[in-house]
Design a protein around this ligand. Structure first.
Ligand code: GUN
Length: 295
């Protein structure tokens, strides 16, 4: 039987609309929209596309989008000065420093310059600490998107066995904690996990986030499981000829779709949710900072 396809694009559009409605209400009550500022260093083409999309969707939700573009040659001190200035700028509610930074720049030191109240990426030590402690705070966007997709597809997640594959700071580790907060039983698997295929096969919800094209095969998936594929990998597309590429996930989709109960496609699954959650976080940050509430 073929799996139900989880339409991340449609769910992200629904979240965007919820944010837009709340922004409209804030503007009516308080007279000003929230503001998100994205910092882009260098000219990495993929990062440029991400930042452009973030700007478009921020504006479409009725919020103010600011972009600061700096050359790859910027010094560590100058970059930190820019981010510190945004942290004390009363008009800025959210700060996102697009990663990865060009070689030679220390991203940890830059992130440490973000006021945690404006940390819409959920990457500062304060945000990570709040997540671990189960206290309210700003959560990383991509793993939050995974939880929303799982909840909107399956309903209550209580007791489900979630296997996250990958332990990155941006996705794997926070995904584990976010599913734990939904009362799931969580396994954080990674490149050193013994018999990874068997561990994956024990998952009710499988969340691969390793960045290895089609690593997870159909027979690694339990029949009827939900698969939330975080991987976005660009590979050659021999069908379209030399130089052509296509995007694939960490899961061998054509095999997995025959086994899983529900699955996210790549593209169009987890990807669109990241920006939706960024907009949600910007709204949350603006309300908390300014003492606003949506009526
Ligand atoms: N680059 C790829 N994904 C992300 C993300 O979620 N946040 C930031 N800051 N950079 C990224």
């Amino acid at each position: 039987m073929s799996a139900r396809i989880i339409d991340g694009k449609a769910i992200a559009e629904a979240v965007d609309q919820e944010v837009a409605r709340d922004v409209q209400s804030l503007v009516q009550t308080y007279g000003a929209p929230p503001c998100l500022c994205v910092v882009l260093v260098g000219e990495d083409p993929a990062s440029q596309v991400y930042v452009r999309n973030k700007g478009r969707r921020t504006q479409a939700a009725g919020m103010v989008s600011r972009e600061i573009k700096l050359p790859a040659s910027v010094s560590q001190a100058e970059l930190e000065r820019e981010v510190k200035a945004l942290s004390v700028d009363p008009d800025v509610d959210g700060i996102l420093v697009q990663l990865p930074l060009p070689a030679g720049l220390d991203s940890d030191a830059v992130i440490a310059c973000i006021d945690p109240a404006k940390d819409v990426d959920g990457l500062t030590e304060v945000s990570a600490g709040r997540l671990v402690l189960g206290r309210p705070g700003l959560r990383p966007c991509t793993p939050t998107g995974c939880v929303i997709l799982a909840k909107r597809t399956l309903g209550d997640l209580q007791g489900a066995h979630v296997v996250v594959v990958g332990r990155s700071i941006l996705v794997g580790k926070p995904a584990g904690l976010l599913f734990l907060a939904e009362d799931c039983t969580v396994t954080l698997a990674h490149s050193r996990t013994r018999d990874l295929a068997s561990v994956c096969r024990s998952a009710d919800i499988l969340v691969p986030a390793v960045g290895r094209p089609e690593m997870i095969k159909g027979d690694w998936i339990k029949s009827g499981a939900a698969v939330i594929d975080v991987g976005i990998n660009r590979v050659e597309n021999p069908i379209k000829g030399p130089g052509a590429t296509r995007l694939v996930g960490d899961v061998a989709y054509d095999q997995a779709v025959e086994v899983a109960g529900a699955i996210t496609p790549v593209p169009g699954g987890v990807g669109p949710m990241t920006i939706a959650c960024l907009l949600q976080n910007t709204l949350q940050a603006a309300c908390a900072r300014r003492g606003w509430s949506v009526s």
